[in-house]
Design a protein around this ligand. Sequence first.
Ligand code: ARG
Length: 634
Amino acid sequence: VSKPSKDTMLPSTAPNFLPSLRTILLRSFQNAITNSRFTLTPSDPQLQAIIAESAQAGIHYQCNNAMSLFGKLKAAKALPNGVKSRGDVATTVLSNLDTSDFQGGETTFEVPAIAGTGFINIRVTSHVLAQRVHQMMREGVSVLAPSKYYGKRVVIDFSSPNVAKEMHVGHLRSTIIGDTLARTLEFCGVDLVRLNHIGDWGTQFGMLIEYMSDVAKSGSAEGLDPDSERVADLQVMYRAAKKRFDDDEDFKTRARVAVTKLQGGDPDSIRRWQRICDASRREFQAIYDRLGVQLVERGESFYNPMLAGVVEELQKLGVAKESDGAMCVFVEGREDPLIIRKSDGGYGYGTTDMAALKHRLNVEKAEWIIYVTDVGQASHFDLVFAAGRKAKWLPQDETQSPRVSHVGFGLVLGEDGKKFKTRSGDVVRLVELLDEAKDRCAATIQEYRGATVQTEDQPAPETTGASVSFTPAELDHAAGAMGYGAVKYADLKNSRLSNYRFSFDSMLSLKGDTAVYLLYAHARIASIFRKTDRDVPALAKVTVPILAHPREFELALHLCRFTEAIENLLEDLMPNRLTSYLYDLSEKFNLFYQDCRVIGSGEYEESRLVLCEATAVVMRKCFHLLGITELYKI
Ligand code: ARG
């Protein structure tokens, strides 16, 4: 498999990344702590600078080291002369701080102040916020991407449904979460490979292939077009094949033989297997198209030719050994081994994952591999990673490159808190689910616009000022953006590890933390621009905003914290770091818009239009990373 070389994928020079405010503070305070020369071992965790966002009004960040550092120094009887309290520790640290960034005015931060408890309180200057917003508007929002991921080679394995089996809500979660992680990595300039590790190899094919060959002989079929052997409806065909498998002993035996024939590369079997994969592929693609998700298919069958070699290698390395007739990798701290060859000689899920790991490291040259599956597979991946370390394919130190991460997520539940099913108790078809979200949005929009039209003279505060005309194509576009966006957002806003309840009513609500609400919020900003003749994007390139009002300051600070939201997301691979950032942004904007008149505000008008534009730009970038299509009028 060829991959584009790095230079065709990425610009030759790295963009001008701005370090986040938190990063600047971490560096400065790290130096200050180091230069304070406390007599502790240099690797002592208490010597690592801790910088947190502050919840206190008017304080933006704080350095929280003094408390734990004081405790540690006291316990180690290592308190420097004259240091008697946490406050004294904080004073020592401050006296070692390089003050160039901390002088107020045109520097980055005000002079830090020590609270009685030893916290060092830090305020950002309005100067630096205005400059940063200006730089973002001039050079593009990508200056706010964290720099440390730039140019890294990363493989992300997500979605990964199984052929001939239903693509279920779990795969939907993997698709949605994986896509956001992928988009965020790409935003940071990562050289990314998005792999769809579909389950396209295994015993389920014996039954289906045998069924197809029966049909070819008898001519009658369910779910299959007998002349072309085109699979018309895989679900129907699967059910018919399964029924025959359960009812007919002879068929069962033939199905088992068919698996071996397929594995042996028999041309008829391969052709039929391909037809089945094609049918599944069409179904998967319908989902990816709706969601706007891009993936490179590299299913389990791709690794099939490598399995025997991998088992042999692991055996030679002494990493795998035989146990009860099976070939196993035992790892420290785990009783259950990773089975890489079953006692009947067959290869399984674990074998494929070892082959895939090796391929991704050696051929793809991955520096980081990310796997997105339900939490139920966490222990499988722990085993695979431990086996990889045992084979020395991966470094012993987990924090060293190449790294591997399993991104687990909880179950999707119905509104009743039970397993997610249709009313009739069937597995929910994903296409139907997405269609319903869209249809419901179309209805909501029409209803809402009806109300809007009636109050045109006196627009309600929620109106977006859109023109009355809304073509069917516009309605369709808006409904899709909202419906699919709502499904994605409702998933992403949860801490991924918890189970989440799927509820159309709550995800499609116009109020609260929903994509629908946020899309309206964005459209409302767009409507402000329709009330002025100015070319706001052009204005934003040449205007440094004035941050005179506290609401303006708070909004600008939050805009600049976009970098930190991305850093947080990639640190623990939690998309909800970004959804909560986006929701807070809309709140900060609301407060600003409530207290600061924009159009007709005289000397402030230009500056405030720029703040509106900057908010819209950052919101759109968030939408983009969350895989949501923005709307300008609804
Ligand atoms: N096909 C699997 C499933 O449906 C997910 C595969 C995840 N990726 C992997 N490399 N094992 O559960």
